[in-house]
Design a protein around this ligand. Sequence first.
Ligand SMILES: CCCC/C=C/CC(=O)SCCNC(=O)CCNC(=O)[C@H](O)C(C)(C)COP(=O)(O)OP(=O)(O)OC[C@H]1O[C@@H](n2cnc3c(N)ncnc32)[C@H](O)[C@@H]1OP(=O)(O)O
Length: 436
Amino acid sequence: MSDFPDLRYFPIWSCFCNLFLKLTHYLKINLFHILWKRTFRLSVDTLNFSFVFCLEFVIHLQVVSFPVVQLHMNRTAMRASQKDFENAVNQVKLLKKDPGNEVKLKLYALYKQATEGPCDMPKPGVFDLINKAKWDAWNTLGTLPKETARQNYVDLVSSLSSSLESSSQVEPGTDRKSTAYETLMVTSEDGITKITLNRPAKKNAINIEMYHEIMRALKAASKDDSSITVLTGNGDYYSSGNDLTNFTDIPPGGVEEKAKNSAILLREFVGCFIDFPKPLIAMVNGPAVGISVTILGLFDAVYASDRATFHTPFSHLGQSPEGCSSYTFLKIMGPAKATEMLVFGKKLTAGEACAQGLVTEVFPDSTFQKEVWTRLKAFAKLPPNAMRISKEVIRNREKEKLHAVNAEECSVLQERWLSDECMNAVVNFLSRKSNL
Ligand SMILES: CCCC/C=C/CC(=O)SCCNC(=O)CCNC(=O)[C@H](O)C(C)(C)COP(=O)(O)OP(=O)(O)OC[C@H]1O[C@@H](n2cnc3c(N)ncnc32)[C@H](O)[C@@H]1OP(=O)(O)O
């Protein structure tokens, strides 16, 4: 406060001083008139005087006060921004996550502009890549005023802090359970968002809540600052597929309504995998069943522990293929092998799934985590935009087809779920007459 004169009351003082001067000026004129003119003329002059007096007051208030108030506000903003600037500089040092090179260059340039003004350094040589990038970033700010650069710096840090805060809500670095999810653990670190299915006591069976949470986590991951996304399971299973108790919660509209709602949910769920924009990697840590296997055809890489198995027992369950597997599996392994899995329910070992192209690579269970994470961390260091665009080029050609396949599979399943074959299979499992 003390380093600036308080200008807030200046317009008011200024108006009163001006009024005083005008008043004495007009009084002088009017005294002259009083002496020399008739009473009738005098009253007209008095009216004129009052009118001019008020007009002058209003005009003066507008002309003088607005620029002065503006000046005061600007100076206050500059003062705030100087203080905010220092805070922002400290805040940057405390950021837990690397904001990425592009942002770091922007911060550097704005800092230099704010503290030193326009770039006057000699341009570094072409081979001095880092200093040249910094110089370029600073130089592009041209003659941007120091105050504006300061303000832009503060704004950038504040947007950065809030975005990093929201991604830090998904616990960077640790596997603590996120309060945002009931059935998942979601973490983000080293450019990798990891979504872990977290119902180990139920073999990570996917209940209705988990379907919704996976969709929510994928949507968040598609927008966060990670480069790649990983899906894995907690415990000995990757996932035992659809939670068969999902079929027991029958709404007032009866089983038809249940089947219809399930088909809508499934279509939306699979649609999220079709449309996911970043590289999506499955870490299949153990056995995988049903839908957790079929959607693997929509992943960009599948790494499996040698403990993993791949089982799609749709006929046993009176059901039919989903997750676009009726299309992707045929493309991946050819019709004969796909039929063995999808129609006859043949369970594949990790080695067999790899030989047939469903799995990218198999690792010994003892070194699975270590080896795969080393690889994923290296992938996550690749330029994220290039990865995203490459995926887009690969996926775009197929997207329309995949959505059409998804819609068709869901509509067939809607019918299947109402069949005796399906209902008996579910009842048998739930009454503990059968396991797979
Ligand atoms: C709305 C969209 C619908 C999309 C449709 C998708 C189709 C599919 O995904 S089909 C595949 C459905 N999955 C199954 O049929 C698997 C059924 N589960 C089993 O056969 C066995 O549980 C197992 C072979 C996976 C494991 O057997 P194990 O003896 O080792 O363990 P359990 O004691 O059986 O399981 C422990 C615990 O977990 C429960 N559980 C396991 N899987 C499921 C499941 N898919 N649905 C519901 N509950 C499951 C199991 O009941 C046990 O629970 P309790 O300890 O409470 O008895």
